[in-house]
Design a protein around this ligand. Structure first.
Ligand SMILES: [Zn+2]
Length: 406
């Protein structure tokens, strides 16, 4: 027999109560735990998070179910003495939220059983949404939405929810939705002509209090369907947020909210085409740029190797490579190119097929100068590094080695 009488078993809407302090303890983290002879505070358990509130002038930040030793109220603030009478007050909005999520879970889980004979194996109330793991064969959006529709139908029929204590023998004769997790007397929650399950949590007294249920997303996890749902006040908050997001996107197109998915899809498609076109134009521009760079180098040195060594600002790796390819389309040419691209230094070394030099070896050496990595083939290599300051040193080193033939 627990030392704490659990008032929340009888009444989920009891928010204030008086009790006597029967134990005080210091927890591992130095906080104070208070045990009362009776409490309306629900302690973390069964997938439902703890209630919070006030105990006298102290804040109750957590409640721990210590089973037979009662409920431990973790407080911050002035601690009472053993024997003191204290007044407890539960944070109602938090309790209402948990009550809606928890009762909503009973209804949604029962709908999955009714429609698809799919039991719920676990349940968690998380900060923004709730999760259930359902043994649903062949999960699809359609099947899940069918269960959501059924759950909302039950909610809007305002069915009564009642609690009764039964013995283990009585429980064995009842069509409970799942096997009770504990032996002995059971607390059974009945949702009028729809669901019967043993549970120690806080529930609504009518299904209508749950308001509405919605599923946000789902995925397959360990052979189960992990369903992310929310109920009641959370649905309204989430609707507001989703609506705001959708409207902000629509405003970018000066369009109606529900037209934006098609408009975004069109924009993505146009962007792909533009990228292809830009790439084609870049190749043409690089050919012209290569002509200009080579023009200055060509004076009186027709039979000698031409080294084009140059550093650019904000030129990405692809553009640098295009320029190198345009340069080495000309005979006797080596391109030693670098770019300061944001906080990275990029390098591309390439040579025409009739020019000498091992670009891979030169690249490895240059990359060690800029604290980076790179490599490739004897005629073409790429690399990059974080030490952008030393980019010109790396380029000079490569040019020198090339001219010296080493
Ligand atoms: Zn329950």
């Amino acid at each position: 027999m627990s030392t704490t009488e659990r008032l929340y078993y009888q009444d989920s809407r009891l928010l204030e109560f008086d009790a006597r302090v029967i134990g005080l303890s210091e927890l591992e983290d130095g906080q104070i735990g208070v045990t009362l002879d009776r409490t309306a505070f629900y302690p973390t358990g069964g997938g439902q998070p703890t209630d919070t509130g006030m105990l006298g002038d102290a804040r109750v930040v957590d409640c721990i179910d210590a089973e037979d030793e009662g409920v431990l109220h973790v407080i911050q603030g002035p601690a009472p003495e053993v024997g003191d009478s204290v007044h407890g007050k539960i944070d109602w909005l938090r309790r209402l939220d948990h009550l809606q999520q928890h009762t909503g879970q009973h209804i949604l889980s029962a709908a999955f059983v009714e429609l698809f004979n799919a039991p719920t194996l676990s349940f968690r109330v998380l900060e923004h949404e709730c999760e259930i793991d359902v043994e649903l064969v062949g999960p699809t959006d359609e099947r899940i939405e069918q269960a959501v529709d059924r759950a909302n139908q039950i909610i809007w029929e305002s069915r009564p929810i009642s609690i009764r204590q039964v013995t283990a023998e009585e429980a064995a004769t009842l069509p409970l939705r799942k096997e009770p997790a504990r032996a002995g007397d059971l607390r059974v929650i009945e949702i009028g002509d729809f669901d019967l399950t043993a549970c120690g949590g806080t529930h609504a007294s009518s299904t209508s209090e749950v308001g509405v249920i919605t599923v946000r997303t789902w995925e397959r996890a360990k052979g189960l369907a992990r369903i992310h749902f929310m109920a009641g006040v959370r649905v309204l908050a989430d609707y507001r947020k989703a609506n705001q997001t959708a409207r902000e996107v629509a405003e970018l197109f000066s369009a109606g909210r529900d037209d934006s998915p098609a408009l975004v899809a069109r924009l993505v498609e146009e962007n792909k085409k533009l990228k292809r076109r830009v790439s084609e134009l870049e190749q043409i521009a690089c050919r012209v740029e290569a002509e200009e760079l080579l023009h200055d180098k060509s004076q009186g040195a027709a039979d000698r190797i031409r080294i084009i060594a140059k550093i650019f600002d904000d030129r990405d790796a692809e553009s640098l490579k295009q320029l190198a390819l345009a340069l080495i389309a000309h005979p006797n040419t080596v391109a030693i190119l670098g770019s300061r691209d944001g906080d990275a230094g990029r390098l591309v070394f390439a040579r025409s097929s009739d020019a000498a030099g091992d670009m891979n070896a030169l690249m490895r050496e240059a990359c060690s100068v800029i604290d980076g990595r790179g490599g490739g083939k004897p005629d073409m290599a790429q690399g990059g590094g974080r030490n952008v300051e030393k980019l010109s040193e790396a380029i000079e080193l490569a040019s020198e080695h090339l001219q010296g033939g080493s």
